[in-house]
Design a binder for this molecule. Structure first.
Ligand code: NAD
Length: 357
């Protein structure tokens, strides 16, 4: 039996939310072992500022690689696993659902198995403080009508292969708590936006296209509603759940910030007009076009985050206006990052208009 260290094993920490989480955690002095497969969505460039820090260990590998994960757990003795690793883009899940089942279901199962084996090596006290936090999405709950909010008790009704694969992983996490006593925590979060998001998702895609004077294609009538959260606020919520959440519990994360896709795109256009008054493409709104809707496109998501707010004292730090202003400015100032990640595989064969979370 051995003790645990203050290390956190983060998976998917070269992606959008995981990358933001790792940057914050490493800056705050926490020791992070960062396991990422570096798929098209994972980028070392995101981690450039922390790559050489002594409290950050980056390992390229898959969560489904049992030998590797067991070795990382045995060597680093982390006090927690935070699982961001996933295939996340809804449009890609429509084209290649198997990739989503492989990573989000089969490989998540392997990660749970590795964590269960690790738990068995811990002394009783260390076992009591170990946590497995699984990061998930509001898309598992399906679509809402005009009224109502998703609560932690809303029955699962996933509508896309992405959502179905995340729902399956959430069920496995739940089962590992109930069956094996793994101290799991699950967070189901609404749509995130902010720095370092792969430019296939709605907000970075629209900024990227608008500054180049390209059309801004919006699915259907643009009336699909998402509940938007600034990525840093999500990272703070994960931290609160990790530190103070009750094992076995699920926490919805969202800022009650419902916007239609069209409102989001218009906000981007307005901000670009202000920041780039001399642009030949202003007014950017004239670039908006409407395209055929995505199959099975959920109409509305909206979260009730009362549990997170009341039990754990979390509140979002940004409004939509302030978070979007930071985001648009970040993408304008970091065009090199966008060009670098787009120089990878993304070929634009199917435009990702509404991100996989
Ligand atoms: P992302 O696509 O930007 O990043 C995913 C990361 O996981 C990438 O770095 C990728 O290389 C890595 N990865 C993929 N498969 C892997 C594997 N088998 N082993 C190891 N690493 C692997 O995703 P994101 O938007 O940052 O989402 C992170 C998590 O948060 C996901 O689980 C997603 O379902 C969830 N989520 C996302 C949002 C959102 O709005 N983006 C909202 C709610 C929940």
């Amino acid at each position: 039996m051995s003790e645990i260290t203050d290390t956190v094993l983060v998976t998917g920490g070269a992606g959008f939310i995981g990358g933001n989480y790792v940057l914050r955690a490493v800056e705050s002095g926490r020791r992070v072992v960062n396991l990422d497969a570096l798929t098209y969505a994972g980028n070392r460039a995101t981690l450039a500022s922390v790559m050489d820090r002594p409290n950050h260990v980056f390992v390229r590998g898959r969560i489904g690689d049992r030998d590797l994960v067991e070795e990382l757990l045995a060597v680093h003795r982390p006090r927690a696993v935070v699982n961001f690793a996933a295939e996340t883009h809804v449009d890609r899940s429509i084209d290649s659902p198997r990739d989503f089942v492989r990573t989000n279901v089969v490989e998540t199962l392997e990660l749970l198995e590795a964590a269960r084996a690790y738990l068995g090596t811990l002394a009783a006290e260390a076992r009591g403080s170990f946590r497995f936090l699984h990061v998930s999405t509001d898309e598992v709950y399906g679509s809402l009508g005009e009224e109502g909010l998703f609560t932690e008790e809303t029955p699962y009704a996933p509508n896309s292969p992405y959502a179905a694969s995340k729902a399956a992983s959430d069920h496995l996490v739940r089962a590992y708590h109930h069956t094996y006593g793994l101290p799991t925590l699950t967070t189901n979060c609404s749509n995130n936006y902010g720095p370092y998001q792969y430019p296939e998702k709605l907000i970075p895609l629209m900024i990227h296209r608008a500054v180049r004077g390209e059309s801004l294609p919006v699915y259907g009538d643009g009336g699909n509603v998402r509940d938007w959260l600034y990525v840093e606020d999500h990272c703070r919520a994960i931290e609160a759940v990790l530190e103070r959440g009750v094992p076995g519990r699920v926490y919805n994360v969202g800022a009650s910030c419902e916007k239609t896709n069209l409102e989001v795109v218009r906000t981007i256009c307005r901000m670009l007009d202000e920041l780039l008054p001399d642009s030949p493409h202003a007014p950017h709104e004239e670039l908006i076009t409407f395209v055929e809707d995505r199959p099975g496109h959920d109409r509305r998501y909206a979260m009730d985050a009362t549990r997170l707010r009341t039990e754990l004292g979390w509140e979002p730090g940004e409004t939509f206006e302030s978070g979007m202003a930071k985001t648009v400015r970040w993408y304008l100032e970091n065009r090199d990052w966008c060009e670098e990640v787009l120089a990878g595989k993304y070929s634009g064969e199917r435009l990702g208009l509404m991100g996989g979370s």
